[in-house]
Design a protein around this ligand. Structure first.
Ligand code: URP
Ligand code: ZN
Length: 449
């Protein structure tokens, strides 16, 4: 099967070109001015042709439909690959987590790779890393918070040293657990029981302290590392300090920290914004945008969790019980285009770097993240002229709410190909459930000194 995409503007991470693109089966086989023979022709006139977006941070296991419906939502927004967190339960093997997630991912419409989340570090862990290499897992996550999965400083140090030997990388959810526990108690006892209590219980300083500690642990382990879902200026400043002393650090932030602020917790539907870390101030948001613009932030993940309104509102009188997380898988491209490109903060090229190319490099997706001959044809035809509004229900996520409801947005994924197969045509899902497992290799540590 040959598909020609003609008349579009192909955007790379550093440049763009007006060219046609020929796909044969799942691969890009030609880029140039010729109008090659094909079985199917897609006219991309007036549109951008982009590498399929890669979401670096999903929690599809918290979705009721697991990978099913939410990965359909993903492709409708231009995301062709997700990197999902697999949990290794305490005293279980990493392999058992991998097997569980592989089973859940069978009906995935996007391609899917895994980051392995450790919940402990001991002498049984390091020998399992060879098996992870063989299975194509080279990136890992650790939490400083949440009972049953949080790790202490020594465990994180030992894990870093071991993963470094394998050329892998670890990202950390940075919040100071004990202080969050104390502040949650103080906030509740002071009478703040509803969603307004949530940001008070997890202040910026709790993130900054944890980021600073994670940076120092990585410094002592002499290992590269990354920070997941960075939300504060103070945390960013800690990473800047680490980079200034020569450390190799990568940063992920999320659309919610770039487009929403903590005032939302006072809304009647404030529970839908309960996520950790919480939404922050306008100053934090501006600092994160400046870091996106300067290139200090490497990639944008959603931290997607599709909890329903009923699940959230069941605990509206007690913020401590509300499930943490919000849906965003479908809207990441649209939000970065609207608030980044259309507001002239970033170029299309930078959007490609943030949504696709940098993740492919760091997480070792060798033949994705870039439109080039020989790469797999994960392609988005992006219509930049589209205007619309996100509502609680006009998306395809497996839930009935969106933190972005009411936002006017521009740009949409008109057509999407996953592994060379058209799955979205004119904004409609036409195929699905053929996502492939992404066998990651040790990534390119492009900030290495
Ligand atoms: O609130 C969030 N983000 N829930 C998902 C788990 C996590 O902290 O990443
Ligand atoms: Zn997290």
């Amino acid at each position: 099967m040959k598909i020609l995409i003609e008349n579009g503007t192909i955007v790379h991470a550093t440049c763009r070109e007006k060219a046609n693109l020929l796909i044969e089966n799942d691969k890009i086989v030609y880029i140039g001015a010729d109008r090659k023979e094909a079985d199917q022709v897609i006219d991309a006139g007036g549109c951008f042709v982009l590498p399929g977006f890669i979401d670096t941070h999903t929690h599809l296991e918290l979705s009721h439909g697991l990978f099913g419906q939410d990965t359909e939502a993903a492709v409708l927004g231009g995301t062709t690959s997700v990197l999902e967190f697999v949990n290794q339960e305490r005293s279980q093997t990493m392999r058992s987590g991998y097997d569980r997630w592989m089973d859940w991912a069978k009906n995935s419409t996007t391609n899917y790779g895994f980051h392995m989340s450790f919940s402990e570090w001991n002498e049984r862990q390091e020998p399992q890393l060879d098996e992870m290499d063989h299975l194509g897992i080279t990136s890992f996550k650790m939490y400083m918070v949440y009972d049953n999965i949080k790790m202490d400083d020594g465990e994180m140090y030992e894990a870093l040293k071991a993963v470094k030997k394998h050329g892998g990388i670890i990202g950390v959810h940075c919040e100071n657990d004990k202080l969050v526990e104390c502040m949650t108690k103080d906030t509740y006892e002071a009478g703040y029981h509803g969603s307004e209590g949530h940001p008070m219980s997890r202040p910026a300083a709790a993130e900054a302290e944890a980021v600073s500690r994670w940076m120092r642990i990585a410094q002592m382990a002499n290992a590269p590392c990354y920070v997941v879902h960075l939300s504060t200026k103070e945390g960013l400043d800690e990473i800047r300090r680490a980079r200034a002393r020569g450390q190799e650090v990568y940063i992920e932030t999320c659309p919610q920290y770039l487009t929403l602020t903590e005032e939302r917790y006072r809304d009647v539907d404030g529970t839908k914004y309960i996520m950790s870390p919480p939404l922050r101030t306008a100053d934090d948001q501006e600092a994160l945008w400046q870091a996106v613009i300067s290139g200090e932030i490497d990639f944008i993940g959603t931290d997607h969790c599709s909890f329903t309104t009923a699940e959230k509102e069941a605990h509206k009188e007690d913020f401590r019980q509300v499930p943490n997380g919000a849906p965003g898988l479908q809207h990441r491209g649209q939000l970065m285009y609207t608030f980044g490109v259309m507001k002239k903060r970033i170029t299309m090229e930078r959007m490609v770097a943030l949504l696709s190319a940098n993740a492919a490099r760091l997480f070792g997706l060798e033949d994705r993240g870039e439109i080039k001959v020989g790469n797999i044809a994960d392609i988005v035809i992006w219509d930049g002229e589209y205007h619309g509004m996100i509502t609680d229900t006009n998306h395809h996520h497996n839930c009935d709410n969106s933190p972005y409801a009411g936002m006017e947005v521009c740009g949409t994924a008109r057509d999407v190909l996953v592994n060379g197969e058209p799955v979205v045509r004119n904004g409609k899902l036409v195929s699905g459930q053929h996502g492939q497992y992404l066998h990651c290799v040790a990534g390119e540590h492009y900030r290495q000194h």
